[in-house]
Design a protein around this ligand. Sequence first.
Ligand code: TXA
Ligand code: MG
Length: 322
Amino acid sequence: MTPSSEEIARAAAVLREGGLVAFPTETVYGLGADGSSPAAVRRLFRVKGRPPDHPVILHAASVNHVPEWVGGMPGYSVSLAGECWPGPLTLVLPRSPRVPDEVTGGLDTVGIRVPAERTAQALLRAFGGAIAAPSANRFGGVSPTTADAVRAALGDDVEVVLDGGPSRLGVESTIVDCSGPAPSILRLGGLSRERIEEIIGHPIPVLDRGEIRAPGTLAKHYSPAARVVVVDDADLARRATEQTSGGARTGVIASKLPDDLPPGAVVLGAPADADDYARSLYQWLRDADVAQLDVVLAVTPAEVGIGAAVADRLRRAAGGGA
Ligand code: TXA
Ligand code: MG
C-alpha cells in the first residue's frame, strides 16, 4: 500500500503550512510537523499531550541532510549512520543552532533519524526539510502500527494520515546517544544491540531508565488500558486460571500456549518468532483494549535481536513491575 504522489504533495503542503501529518515508517507511525517551525512543533506537543520538556526526533531524507541539524558527528556515529541509515536507528547528537528548542525540549542534543520506509522517504523528499515526529499516539499510550490505529488515537486532530499499510518492524527505533566520546543505547528498538556492537567493535551499555530524561524510557509507558503482567512460560496456565477464576477478563500472549490454559482466557497472539512478536505486539495490546480485557499475561521472547526490544516494551507496559 503506497499513497499516490498527489497525496504526498498535499501532505507536504500541509507540513509547510504548519499542519500535522501522520505517516508510516518501518518502525511505527509518526505524527509529523515542520521541524524548523516552533509553532508547528508546539501544536504537535499539544495534540500528542506530551510535556514540553520531552524531546522529539527529527526525520531527514538522507544522511546528507543531517549536518544542517547537528553540531558535528563523532567518528563512531558516522560509522553507525553509514551502515544503518536509512533504517530503524536514531542518533542523539549535539544540536545545531537551527534546531528549535521546542524540538529538543531545551536539551543541547538532538535525536535524528533517516527512515527507510518508502512513504516516509517520499514525504521527506517532497517536503524538503526535516520532520519532527514522535510516535502518532497520545502521550504514554501504545504506538500505532497501522493508519487505522493513528485515526483511532488522534481522530480529527491530525490533518492528514498517510496509509502505508502495517509497519514492517512494529517497535520504535533504537536510540544511540552519540553526544559523548563513546556511544550508549538509550532505548532498545528495531535495530539490534548486537548489530550496533558489531559496527562499533565492542560492547555498548544500555542505560537504565532514570539516568536519562526521555518519555520512551519512563518506567511506565507504551501502556494499554488493560493491566499488563509479564509471566514465565511455566506459570502461564496457573496465572491465567487464577485471573479468570477471580472474574478478570484475561488475555494471553505467548509463543507456546499450554494445553491447560483455562477456556475463558483470550489468546491475543501466539508469535511464531521474535520478528512476528515485534510486528504484532502493539496491535495485540490494542486488541486487548477493544475487547475490554482487564489483564494481559505475556511471556517475553528470548532477549536477543529485536526480542530484547519486545521484552523491554512489555516490561514498560507492565509499569516496570513483574
Ligand atoms: O521509531 C521511532 O523512533 C518513532 C518513529 C515515528 O520515528 N518515533 C518515536 O518517537 O518513537 P517518540 O517521540 O515516541 O520517542 C522518541 C524518543 C523519546 O524517548 C525521546 O525522549 C527520545 O527519543 N529523544 C529524542 N531526542 C532526544 C535527545 N536529544 N536526547 C535523548 N533522548 C531523545
Ligand atoms: Mg512514543
